[in-house]
Design a protein around this ligand. Structure first.
Ligand SMILES: *[C@@H]1O[C@H](CO)[C@@H](O)[C@H](O)[C@H]1NC(C)=O
Ligand SMILES: *[C@@H]1O[C@H](CO)[C@@H](O)[C@H](O)[C@H]1NC(C)=O
Ligand SMILES: *[C@@H]1O[C@H](CO)[C@@H](O)[C@H](O)[C@H]1NC(C)=O
Length: 552
């Protein structure tokens, strides 16, 4: 992977072709939003094929024969390089992370404040808990069992820019999952939300956890419980103060240093081992998103992300990192199972996001809200059908008379009126959500296929592709390539007609190096050539998009 010049050249060439084509069509109001040719060939297909396998599919920007994307600028080789070159240096006084406070309003913390906090936190963690920034060693691990917040962002930056490793655990994870992660990675330090402190304290006896940072205040009962269990507690603020007076030097990580260990808390199967992801793995996925955004859809410092995925969600991590880089702002709003969706939406509309990253659970709830409030209106149904007709012509319309009469009100009430893009995390619901959201909200809706083992997204649907099969998830991102291998026992082969089918395997710069401390599980899903077997069955359409057919 040394041919960086080739990377840049092929990218420049291809984007200029894509840009020209996109610009030619975008200004013609009656024509489709993008030239149909671009939607008909979404992947580059290898000429060579091995027996029992499909061809290899790649992003059109990084075709077969060129190196896969690892970064977009040779001075950026780690996530930390990307963060430091981004908002942390360019948007210091701009809002970075927002949290809805008990006083009923969004409170924003700037890049500068988070940056200062992260410096103190890294020094504090190393001084207090004796963490050592040695790649691939448990003494560098920091468990974060919490919802996303300004504090977790500061801890993430502290780790990723100093050779410490984050081990995120969803605040909604089951107790057995939390225990599994703590034991599997021999965690010594855990950062915990106040609401989860009691549970955390009940789970740590008999484990290696000795230090707990509480991201808020600590009540007397928990103080006692910790004392009895021999656990040292500090609040986040106390940790910052400790770090301020510490003299430990920052340690810059390299591209191959471990950055995170990601566990899948959502799979219904027994908890698996943690996927070991390096700085390079995570950077490659972030860089891919920055590369595939069409010029008219670039994410900038004016954008605001609404992020309601759990902290261990890799898509959430990747899209947030894009924002760290461009210097945009991020509003966190946890999607908890029992939360009232209308109350959540009223907070979201106050944040006025331009981009939303969310999962199918929340989005289906939003659909129910819209249908129960507007679904019976004649104008809604008529306008909805008109929108679907425009999609067939390749056009997304947001300024028709129906927009003035109904849809604008929905957009305003639910999302504050500025939304323009929705990224959907893995969606295996049989009932499709993307066309509904596209029609009603008048925004771009992209489906993505993600796994912890691939540091984020493998395939994502293309902007302006309104007629995709509803189970399709777009084409490979430029950091990885994809093929299908025969699953003869299930009746799927590369020779199937009309399209090849089989298990989806991916390989690339984002793909993990193995499970933590579990070579057996690693060799079960990874072949000698570095292909990761996703366990998902897929079909590739002639237009180069991948349809997911279910689990193996
Ligand atoms: C951040 O730290 C720098 C350097 O120590 C300091 O000059 C600056 O005032 C701090 N900013 C804030 C907002 O605390
Ligand atoms: C419609 O979409 C375009 C392109 O995303 C955007 O510039 C414009 O502001 C939108 N109009 C409304 C009324 O939302
Ligand atoms: C891609 O192929 C699928 C399956 O044939 C089809 O449903 C979809 O409409 C195609 N997309 C485009 C943009 O042609």
């Amino acid at each position: 992977m040394s041919g960086f010049e080739l990377d840049t050249t092929s990218y420049t060439l291809l984007t200029s072709i894509l840009t020209a084509a996109a610009l030619l069509s975008i200004h013609n109001t009656k024509g489709p939003d993008i030239h149909p040719l671009l939607l008909n060939t979404q992947s580059d297909v290898s000429r060579l094929r091995h027996p029992g396998e499909s061809a290899i599919y790649r992003s059109r920007m990084y075709p077969n024969g060129s190196p896969l994307l690892s970064t977009f600028d040779r001075s950026m080789r780690t996530l930390c390089d990307l963060y430091e070159a981004g908002g942390l240096s360019k948007q210091r006084t701009s809002p970075f992370v927002g949290k809805y406070t008990d006083s009923g309003a969004w409170e924003w913390t700037t890049y500068e404040v988070i940056s200062n906090k992260s410096k103190h936190v890294q020094a504090g963690l190393r001084t207090w808990a004796g963490l050592v920034p040695v790649s691939g060693n448990e003494s560098s691990f920091v468990g974060i069992y919490a919802s996303n917040s300004p504090e977790t962002v500061a801890i993430g930056l502290a780790c990723h820019c100093n050779g410490l490793v984050t081990v995120p655990i969803s605040a909604q994870a089951t107790s057995s999952h939390v225990s599994h992660v703590i034991k599997d990675t021999l965690l010594k330090v855990l950062a915990v939300d106040p609401v989860n402190l009691e549970r955390a304290l009940s789970l740590v006896p008999g484990t290696n956890v000795k230090y707990i940072v509480v991201l808020g205040s600590i009540d007397a009962a928990n103080k006692d419980a910790a004392k009895k269990a021999g656990i040292e507690l500090l609040t986040f603020k106390e940790l910052e103060v400790l770090g301020q007076s510490s003299t430990v030097e920052a340690v810059r990580p390299g591209p191959n240093d471990v950055a995170s260990i990601m566990f899948d808390s959502t799979s219904n199967q027994l908890s698996k081992s943690g996927a070991v992801l390096t700085q390079k793995n995570l950077l490659a996925n972030v860089a891919s998103y920055l590369m595939v955004l069409p010029p008219q859809q670039k994410i900038t410092s004016n954008d605001r992300l609404l992020h309601n995925l759990p902290i261990d969600n890799v898509l959430g991590h990747t899209i947030s990192s894009v924002f760290y880089y461009v210097g945009g702002s991020i509003a966190f709003e946890a999607d908890e199972p029992k939360k009232d969706v209308k109350a959540t939406l009223s907070k979201i509309s106050e944040a006025k996001p331009t981009i939303l990253v969310s999962g199918p659970h929340f989005l289906h709830q939003v659909k129910e809200v819209i249908e129960s409030n507007y679904g019976n209106s004649f104008l809604f149904r008529r306008g909805f059908n008109k929108k679907l007709e425009c999609f067939k012509e390749g056009r997304l319309v947001n300024d028709s008379k129906y927009d003035m009469l109904v849809f604008r009100d929905i957009r305003q009430t639910l999302f504050g009126g500025n939304l323009r893009v929705v990224f959907i995390d893995n969606d295996d619901n049989t009932e499709p959500i993307a066309p509904f959201l596209r029609a009603v909200l008048g925004v771009q809706v992209l489906k993505t296929f993600n796994r912890a083992e691939t540091g984020g997204t493998m395939t994502a649907s293309m902007f302006y592709d309104y007629n995709a099969d509803t189970a399709a998830c777009g084409a490979p991102l430029p950091c990885n390539e994809l093929k299908l291998t025969d699953l003869t026992e299930n009746g799927y082969t590369a020779e199937d007609k009309p399209n090849p089918r089989g298990e989806i395997w991916v390989r690339g710069n984002n793909v993990f190096s193995g499970y933590w401390n579990d070579p057996t599980s690693t060799s079960d899903v990874m072949d000698a050539d570095g292909w990761f077997m996703t366990g998902m069955i897929g079909e590739v359409f002639p237009n180069g998009t991948v349809k997911l057919l279910g689990r193996k």
